[in-house]
Design a protein around this ligand. Structure first.
Ligand SMILES: Cc1ncc(COP(=O)(O)O)c(C=O)c1O
Length: 397
């Protein structure tokens, strides 16, 4: 048995929705995309949702809505997926890498404040693992320094900050719906804003700058004619992907509840393990995207091998971006992120993970640190009543 680090939960509902798209014979952006956008709007409580084909595309066009000039600076935490940094570069701006907090791994707002120059135009917080950044402090910093806020909420769909849903907190928020995200479209993303002008610009850029997409033009009341009103990309979300996302959204609450339960079980099981430090997250407000621990004493890679030998797949999220060769030009010393980069390990966490699988992971980790407990047998008995596992597969980063 292999336990993957993450795995999407896909079922008959998604298949039936895709079948409907096939039957409609309209595979590209269309009615299913519109429905997905409407459902996201009411779920998040926002005015505008622009569905796109990935989280990276969402970040790219979100930044492009802000009229950045070449050389403008975007403050970005270094501990993120490279898509964040690449989107900044794609938008023609310069990433200013910032350090992260030791406790949450989110942007260290004080460190970001120290790195502000007259070229700084945007602060781009990433809600690491689904845990909201200090959005009040970020909002105050942005107001004081005249910065726009673009949130990378790729990990944080369905999380909130002080009772307010992520997506409603700043100028513009970007989600990813790639295969392993809190909900998936297969591949997909969304730009979310309450600002009609930013939404209009995002809509125009998502489809090559064309004033009316094919779906609007096929409506009998619309004319066949269109104009190209500016630069744009081919970033729209297809009906196929939107149909999957719409079904996933219906099941979000159960996904969230189970993932919270597993993350809390890990927290309880590892609280007394001396070789580990646990990341702080807010159980009521967070839909945990993944579960990351810090492995102390230089033992991270050994633990990884120990778990692999027992069929448990783990990951490292992430190599701090300023250490990648492509971003060497922007490199500065970021001591907390560099330390975390050598210590972090992502353990398996996904909706369909059984209690038995959770217990196997816990036992294997505790065994590594010499604090093994025989809980596996107990959990196996509890699991007997649960559904058999679906075929394991691991996808995405
Ligand atoms: C923090 C972060 N930002 C951006 C992205 C990019 O999203 P996508 O893979 O949908 O392009 C990801 C994807 O893993 C991510 O984790």
């Amino acid at each position: 048995m292999t336990i993957p680090v993450q795995r999407p939960c896909l079922g008959d509902e998604e298949l039936a929705a895709v079948r409907q798209v096939f039957e409609s014979r309209w595979l590209g952006m269309g009615a299913f995309t519109q429905t997905f956008e409407e459902r996201l709007k009411s779920f998040l409580g926002v005015r505008h949702v622009v569905a796109v084909n990935s989280g990276t595309s969402a970040l790219h066009i979100a930044l492009r809505t802000l009229d950045l000039r070449a050389g403008d600076e975007v403050l970005v935490p270094t501990l993120t997926f490279v898509g964040t940094t690449q989107a900044v570069l794609m938008a023609g701006a310069r990433p200013v890498f910032c350090d992260v907090e030791e406790s949450t791994f989110n942007l260290d707002v004080e460190d970001a404040a120290r790195r502000i120059t007259p070229r700084a135009k945007v602060v781009l917080p990433v809600h690491y693992g689904g845990t909201a950044c200090r959005m009040d402090e970020i909002g105050r910093l942005a107001a004081r320094e005249n910065l726009r806020v673009v949130e990378d909420a790729a990990h944080a769909f369905g999380s909130s900050y002080q009772g307010r849903k992520i997506g409603t907190l700043s100028d513009i928020t970007c989600f990813s719906f790639d295969p392993i995200k809190n909900i998936t479209c297969g591949e997909g993303g969304a730009v979310v804003t309450n600002d009609p002008e930013l939404a209009r610009r995002a809509v125009s850029q998502r489809m090559l700058g064309i004033s009316k997409d094919a779906w609007s033009r096929q409506d009998a009341s619309s004319s066949w004619s269109y104009d190209v009103v500016g630069a744009g990309y081919r970033y729209h979300l297809s009906n196929i992907n939107a149909a999957i996302g719409t079904e996933q959204l219906k099941r979000f609450d159960v996904f969230k509840q189970r993932k919270q339960e597993i993350a809390q079980r890990y927290d309880d099981a590892f609280a007394d393990v001396e070789g580990l430090t646990l990341r702080r997250w807010h159980p009521q407000e967070t839909c945990p995207f993944f579960y990351v621990v810090r492995v102390l004493g230089g033992h991270r890679d050994d633990l990884m091998v120990h778990l692999k030998d027992r069929g448990i797949v783990t990951g490292v999220h992430y190599i701090p971006n300023h250490l990648h060769s492509a971003f060497a030009e922007f490199r500065v010393a970021l001591p907390v992120a560099e330390r975390l980069g050598a210590e972090i390990l992502t353990l398996p966490l996904f909706y369909e993970m059984t209690d038995h699988e959770v217990a196997v992971v816990i036992s294997a980790v505790r065994e590594f640190f010499g604090v093994s407990r025989t809980i596996v047998a107990l959990e196996r008995r509890k699991d007997a009543s649960r559904e058999p596992d679906r075929a394991p597969a691991r996808e995405g980063m």
